[in-house]
Design a protein around this ligand. Structure first.
Ligand SMILES: Cc1ncc(COP(=O)(O)O)c(C=O)c1O
Length: 392
């Protein structure tokens, strides 16, 4: 009886494969390379910033769109790093993580029944949040060989849609969209009058010579783009829930109203700590972050090659899709479970990122881990590869 008491809006929600895998990983005492939780330490400045903020009594609700210091710090850094100029008083909303930013955006700017486009492979929260908001989600597959933009596939879906979600650097694809790709998306947005919601949470995780370009800086896009990002990943503070939206005043205002209604404000002392840290860190910090993660990527992708799980080497973010065909399983779920049981390493099955069967030969590793965790995963995967080679 009680299980029937569930709203239709959330009827489709089930425990994600990511959570289930994490639970099983704990049971078998495995190494968790699945969930996107970084266990690398946050910068010292942000930790000291919280103590300072608490000592100064930052215990009250803040303005619904965030404390002045953080809105101004964000506006300055968007101008410096993204060449995006926004008014800190009217065009920035501090949110409860970028997840809260996305939820507030779709609730504030889309109507139930509207169609929203997601590139596939997609990030599961985008899909589920849009569905809970009553939207119809339509997938636009990226080219399967290299996850580049398939312009024709997008054009075919664009007519009559309300919005499109762009995620660059992408989870789980690892793609950093080029200027040409973004320009093509921008032109389609303008031709079909689409709102563009761009999730740029991995904007500082860039490898080789890939550069991050914010969609809102492309000609004609500022007025129809909501830029979403946050500090979960950049400062390794996933549990703090500090994100933000940058958008034209007319869009930021309703997003702020929804943010106020659902969350009131982001945690006050944490807002001050993040603001001061953004101001204190120089560009070196972000460059060495990218270098550090590139070293992790290189090392981990080399290992995947070595153990026969061929990686799609990412250009940005900190996930890698690896080909699990060698396990000979029928589904990516079975393959990921086999890898967990046999090698003691948890991953996320490719099916979590695709609506159809295209994800069944992939599993996703998250390499946003300390070197110690990466070494443990490496050891276990090498031992597993040796055992399974000997067994053949
Ligand atoms: C693409 C993408 N957006 C948003 C998030 C969540 O960010 P936040 O912690 O700011 O809510 C993640 C986390 O894995 C992500 O991969």
């Amino acid at each position: 009886m009680l299980e029937r008491i569930r709203s239709e809006r959330v009827a489709h929600l089930v425990q994600s494969d990511i959570r289930a895998m994490t639970q099983r990983c704990v049971e078998v005492n495995g190494v968790n390379m699945g969930q996107g939780i970084c266990d690398t330490p946050p910068p010292g400045e942000v930790i000291q910033g919280v103590t300072l903020a608490l000592e100064k009594g930052a215990n009250r609700y803040t303005r619904y769109d965030g404390v002045k210091r953080l809105r101004h710090a964000l506006s300055e850094r968007l101008a410096r790093d993204n060449t995006l100029n926004v008014d800190p008083e009217t065009e920035v909303v501090v949110t409860v993580g970028s997840t809260g930013a996305f939820a507030a955006t779709v609730t504030a700017l889309c109507n139930p029944g509207d169609r929203i486009l997601l590139f596939e492979p997609y990030y599961g929260y985008h899909l589920n949040t849009a569905r809970v908001a009553g939207l119809e989600v339509d997938m636009v597959p990226l080219n399967p060989a290299d996850f580049t933009l398939d312009e024709q596939a997008l054009e075919a879906k664009a007519k009559g849609a309300r919005a499109i979600v762009v995620n660059t650097p992408g989870n789980p694809s690892g793609r950093v969209f080029t200027r040409d790709e973004l320009t093509a998306i921008a032109q389609i947005c303008q031709r079909h009058d689409l709102l563009c919601i761009t999730d740029e949470i991995y904007e500082y995780f860039l490898y080789d010579d890939h550069a991050h370009i914010s969609m809102a800086t492309l000609p004609g896009m500022k007025d129809r783009t909501v830029t979403i990002s946050g500090y979960s990943k950049t400062f390794s503070i996933t549990g703090w829930r500090i994100g933000f939206v940058a958008a034209p005043r007319e869009l930021a205002e309703p997003i702020g109203l929804v943010n106020d209604m659902y969350y009131v404000c982001a945690p006050s002392p944490l807002q001050y700590a993040v603001a001061d840290t953004i101001q204190a860190l120089d560009p070196d910090f972000y460059q060495s972050l990218a270098r550090e993660y590139q070293a992790k990527r290189d090392r981990f992708c080399q290992l995947l090659d070595q153990v026969g799980l061929t990686p799609r080497v990412p250009e940005g973010a900190y996930y890698v899709l690896a080909d699990i065909s060698r396990l000979g399983c029928e589904t990516s779920h079975q393959a990921a479970m086999t890898l967990l049981e046999e090698a003691g390493v948890a991953t996320v099955p490719g099916s979590a990122f695709f609506s159809g069967p295209d994800g069944e030969h992939w599993t996703r590793f998250c390499f946003g881990r300390t070197d110690k965790t990466l070494e443990a995963a490496e050891r276990q995967l090498l031992e597993w590869a040796e055992r399974s080679n000997n067994a053949r």
